[in-house]
Design a binder for this molecule. Structure first.
Ligand SMILES: Nc1ncnc2c1ncn2[C@@H]1O[C@H](COP(=O)(O)OP(=O)(O)OP(=O)(O)O)[C@@H](O)[C@H]1O
Ligand SMILES: [Mg+2]
Length: 360
């Protein structure tokens, strides 16, 4: 037993030196420290982060440990438990979708750039960290999430709403499920509008930290219905290296900005080509264009995903690459993007609730 008595304010003062790198504040004033217990010369506490997908979790754990170990005399051991609680940006939420903390739209100006692939991998990536995640396919013309996630249809709508499907820990709904049979249907504006509203509000999503919405390409009605129906935390724009020059991303960016949806970042998909035989790399469509565009537009760059046959193969097989091969270059790229996106969502939450943080 140490002769020195360790007091709570000393520990908190030491922890004030630890900064959250995204929120630019110390972890004590952010209210992250929970369950602080001092037993003799052993100090234990939780650091409650804003997302389980936090990429700097291990670094913050070690910094917190060292801050107390070195900053408080008499401490022999520090036990840090990392926990997380995803905050909601809208406070208080009066919308009809109260149980969903963050809605993240994935969009692009052009078709076929990999929105659905990115949406599915991000959703699975977040779920793998322990977050509660839903994925909504809002593309009535070409629903693809049921294939990408090898998901069955949800049960028929009941009196109390539609039960979402589930795959790999992600709750799923596709507007495609509201299409009767295989009949080709001409979805006029009002029909698409109703189908999206029903997919958002008529589904028993339950408590979700993140609901990822896979938008159809372009700028249009579906996007407008989305923002008019529910509060959207932010949007991810998917771009290939060659379309950034065509100003398509710009147009999408402006659409989100005009409807007051923060752009959480740009993802460059089908970036460097990785040869499956020799592992050699080639910039087939150029490389880095989206990063440059993000910088000049002043929005975060979330990362790049290689053009990789394995991504398409796993998608066709109904298993996103982040699940099938998380350690492969493509799986790891999606993992990094998932973490950066979660950070951006947290930043949005703190933009709104920063004023309510009580300074100790
Ligand atoms: N990085 C990649 N490497 C190889 N293939 C990819 C990559 N990203 C997506 N694909 C493949 O490209 C095709 C289009 O991808 P996806 O369906 O995700 O695009 P999308 O933007 O959602 O298309 P749409 O506009 O039709 O909704 C799919 O076959 C997918 O497997
Ligand atoms: Mg798609």
């Amino acid at each position: 037993m140490s002769a020195v008595t360790i007091r709570e304010p000393q520990v908190l003062d030491a922890l004030r030196s630890v900064m959250d790198p995204d929120l630019h504040r110390d972890i004590v004033s952010l209210g992250f420290i929970r369950n602080l217990v001092i037993e003799g010369d052993v100090v234990s506490f939780d650091v409650n982060l804003t997302t389980p997908a936090c990429p700097v979790k291990d670094r913050l754990r070690e910094q917190s440990r060292q801050a107390v170990l070195q900053g408080v005399p008499g401490v022999r051991d520090v036990r840090v438990t990392m926990t997380a609680e995803v905050r909601r940006p809208q406070a208080p939420d009066t919308s009809a979708l109260k149980t969903v903390r963050n809605i993240v739209a994935v969009g692009s100006g052009k078709g076929g750039v990999g929105k659905s692939t990115v949406a599915a991998n991000i959703a699975v990536g977040l779920a793998r960290t322990g977050a509660r995640v839903g994925l909504l396919d809002a593309d009535i013309y070409g629903p693809s999430i049921p294939i990408l996630m090898r998901a069955g249809r949800p049960a028929e709508p009941r009196e109390h709403g539609i039960e979402p499907g589930e795959a790999y820990g992600v709750k799923l709904m596709s507007m495609g499920y509201l299409t009767p049979g295989d009949q080709p249907l001409i979805w006029r504006g009002p029909m698409a509008h109703k189908a999206l509203q029903q997919s958002l509000l008529g589904v028993n999503w339950g408590e979700l930290d993140y609901l990822i919405v896979d938008l159809p390409p372009g700028t249009g009605d579906v996007h407008l219905t989305l923002v008019q129906t529910v509060p959207v935390t932010g949007a991810v724009i998917v771009s290939t290296p060659q379309d950034v020059g065509l100003q398509i991303s710009m147009k999408t960016l402006r659409m989100f900005q005009q409807t007051k949806v923060p752009v959480l970042g740009i993802v460059e998909n089908m970036s460097t080509y990785v040869c499956p035989h020799c592992g050699g790399r080639d910039d087939l469509f150029g490389h880095g264009g989206a990063r440059d565009a993000a910088t000049s537009l002043g929005v975060p760059f979330l990362g790049e995903i290689p053009l990789d046959a394995a991504i398409r193969r796993y998608s066709d097989d109904g298993r996103p690459v982040i699940l099938a091969e998380p350690e492969s270059p493509s799986g790891a790229a999606f993992g990094a993007i998932t973490g950066r996106l979660a950070q951006q969502v947290s930043i949005q939450a703190f933009k709104h609730i920063a004023l309510t943080i009580v300074e100790e």
